[in-house]
Design a protein. Sequence first.
Length: 193
Amino acid sequence: MNKFLIGLFASAGLLLASQAQSATVDFEDLLADGDLAALASPYAGLNWAEDWYYGDTAVEGYDNGAHSGTSFVTNGYGVDNLTVSSATAFNFHGAWFAAPNTNGAVANWISITAYNATGDVIGSTGNVAISQSYRWVTANFTNVARLSIARDDGWFVMDDFTVQSAVPEPSSFLMLGAGLAVLALASLRRLPG
């Protein structure tokens, strides 16, 4: 029975240690329209390149701009590739994208490409069609240093950008250590002598 409990606690510790922190960036805590890099850089632990602009649903033509809440980000005029980067590797699950209700030119597709710390491509969504209704674009890229988001032409909006840290939190390392200590004690009890 004791061996069963020791194994159970050790397994639980290892399982908890392997889980990383997941977060959805919804842009709701930003309060002023404008260039995201100038408003808050880094924001949510990530570096947002110039030409990412924060907006809310009160902006004319962007009443559909937010997937949740009232806030979103959009691309700058004439910019084909926008980037999001970090000095610490992260995992990117995906985000919600749409074309705004504006009368101007709107994007028909977006494409997300992920790069590692050495600049190698580690994944791409390819061209994903978007419309004025929000669409979840799944990526599931791991150990990302930089994302590049491209579009055909015109405006798009993005919300609920979902990332996960690639390195477990310090508390996870403590749980891992505790699990390993329990395994070591169990092994010592089996030694003759």
